[in-house]
Design a protein around this ligand. Structure first.
Ligand SMILES: Nc1ncnc2c1ncn2[C@@H]1O[C@H](COP(=O)(O)OP(=O)(O)OP(=O)(O)O)[C@@H](O)[C@H]1O
Ligand SMILES: [Mg+2]
Length: 515
């Protein structure tokens, strides 16, 4: 195991790192230094180059230019094995564990064969030691598939520690954790830093930077903008460095005129995947040009509601009426055909064909109709122009229209879906968690796009767990609890506390405001 460094000693120094991908410079002359005993946040918008920089340090990519020094010694890191030998560990955003195996087996897997035949009893002992020392609760005998995301993450951390990591890189480690688990993770990280390990914490969330880091390096479009002590900065300052401009969340606009009713949901009932009642007698309306926010703690029927409206789930009772016509239990294709756009929760799985190009993904819904296709042939000129136009209009950062969509960063995938879904001027947009996982710049852009759509006259149903988001852009707020709408309030004059208490079931069972 590499020896533990003195607190403050520079353990990692990356100098002048350049990494180019077709059409994009992911890292552009980046200098990055990490000291022993510190938690170093690596902050940047979607696509800023954070993961790329750390993949280079972990030996997954080799840089086109630049040098890496570990404790003042120049090194070449050509594989994760090299990185591990130098004491560098990385926990990826998508875990790399083997599902049918146990925790203990996963931890020794990939070690040299001598270690692999190490008595499992000793392995277990060591796992228990790490878990106690760092508060990483996990059962060595459990199978990976039985574990929650939080537990799997702990296994990944123990795995890195087991291999002797004294520099631990975590790529957006909180994105799949529950709030309680985030606190536990932070405690673990602090303990590791106190022992002199260096932690690199990739994130685009400012609250997390302020909560956990000692210092922060900001990347913007592949360039390192600055490294600052946490105590010498604040959220506003960091935002400005990250986005390159001020971000204003004051997006709300004047009250909408009383428009035509676009969506009416009447006495709706539906079951969840387990066959239990998920929607219980739901009723509300959304008017032309209006954004109705649906607030609620996850799992109170929001997902089922979105699925019923978009035709992905059967209603067992009640009606969904679009512009006066009953569309209850119509097929998704038919509902799309009537001008309903859907921004799905699971964007990569449902919103995209990852292997197809950006241009192809942009016409997924329209390809059967002219002008995209004439008789049996796709009209490539039109498709190309259409793609170029949407890419620039929606500011989608992509190397080209022909790049596979899966190469885009999270925020840009979301913009792509939004571009496709809204470019045909839908009458109703059903948006599920549209800014989940996005950085402030992308979030603001997406919210603006939704506002633009509502100004054009689209009715928008905005489902979000982010109360701030709902308060920022919706006209009225429907609060869901246990499959019911427990209240509908006008956003103007609504109090966060009031909505918060309705979200946990303490609300009044009556509707307020116009509805
Ligand atoms: N294997 C790859 N091939 C081609 N382009 C890539 C590859 N990996 C990343 N890129 C591009 O490099 C740029 C930086 O991507 P990177 O994943 O490092 O960003 P990030 O800061 O981690 O973003 P996010 O917050 O969305 O995870 C992006 O434009 C991305 O599309
Ligand atoms: Mg990333």
């Amino acid at each position: 195991m590499p020896e533990r460094g003195e607190r403050g000693e520079v353990v990692v120094s990356m100098r002048g790192i350049v990494k180019r991908f077709p059409g994009v410079v992911a890292n552009d002359q980046v200098d990055f230094e990490v000291r022993a005993g510190e938690i170093h946040a690596l902050l940047g918008e979607n696509g800023a180059g954070k993961t790329t920089l750390m993949n280079i340090l972990y030996g997954l990519y080799s840089p086109d230019e630049g040098e890496i020094y570990i404790r003042d010694k120049r090194v070449t890191i050509s594989s994760p094995r090299d990185a591990i030998e130098l004491g560098i560990g990385m926990v990826h955003q998508h875990f790399m564990l083997v599902y049918p195996h146990t925790v203990a087996e996963n931890i020794v897997l990939g070690l040299s064969s001598a270690d692999f035949f190490f008595p499992l009893r000793e392995v277990r002992g060591k796992i228990t030691e790490f878990s106690e020392r760092y508060g990483l609760k996990v059962d060595p005998e459990a199978k990976i598939w039985q574990l929650s995301a939080g537990e799997q993450q702990r296994v990944e951390i123990i795995k890195a520690l087991y291999r002797g990591a004294d520099v631990l890189i975590l790529d957006e480690p909180t994105s799949m954790l529950a709030p309680g688990e985030i606190e536990e993770l932070f405690t673990t990280l602090r303990r590791m830093a106190e022992e002199g390990r260096a932690i690199v914490f990739i994130t685009h969330k400012l609250d997390e930077v302020m909560a956990i880091s000692d210092c922060v390096t900001v990347l913007r479009r592949g360039k390192a903008v600055a490294t600052v002590e946490k105590s010498r900065t604040n959220k506003q300052h960091l935002t400005r460095m990250m986005v390159g401009r001020e971000v204003l969340f004051r997006l709300r606009r004047k009250p909408v005129e009383e428009g035509q009713i676009v969506l009416e949901v009447k006495g709706l009932h539906a079951l969840n995947d387990k066959g239990l009642p998920a929607l219980k007698d739901l009723s509300f309306i959304v008017r032309e040009g209006e954004i109705l926010g649906v607030a609620g703690v996850a799992g109170n029927g929001q997902r089922e509601l979105v699925e019923v409206i978009t035709g992905l789930r059967q209603a067992t009772e009640g009606q969904v009426v679009l512009l006066g016509e009953n569309i209850t239990n119509c097929s998704p294709g038919e509902i799309i055909g009537r001008g309903v756009a859907h921004i799905p929760e699971e964007r990569i799985r449902m919103g995209l064909v990852p292997g197809m190009s950006v241009a192809e993904n942009l016409i997924l819904k329209a390809y059967r109709r002219s002008p995209c296709s004439q008789r049996l042939f796709l009209n490539h000129t039109f498709i190309d122009q259409h793609a170029e136009r949407l890419i620039s209009e929606y500011e989608i950062a992509t190397p080209s229209k022909d790049a596979p969509a899966k190469l885009l960063s999270g925020g840009n995938i979301q913009k792509l879906i939004l571009a496709r879904e809204t470019s045909e001027e839908p009458v109703l947009i059903v948006a599920a968690h549209p800014t989940y996982g996005l950085d402030v710049g992308a979030t603001e852009r997406i919210r603006q796009l939704l506002l633009e759509q509502s100004k054009r006259g689209a009715a928008i149903l905005l489902v979000s767990e982010d109360l701030e988001e709902i308060m920022t852009i919706s006209d009225r707020i429907a609060v869901m609890f246990e499959g019911r709408v427990v209240g509908i309030v006008d956003t103007a004059g609504a109090e966060v506390e009031e909505i918060g208490s309705m979200m946990v079931g303490a609300g009044k069972e009556q509707e307020r405001g116009r509805s």
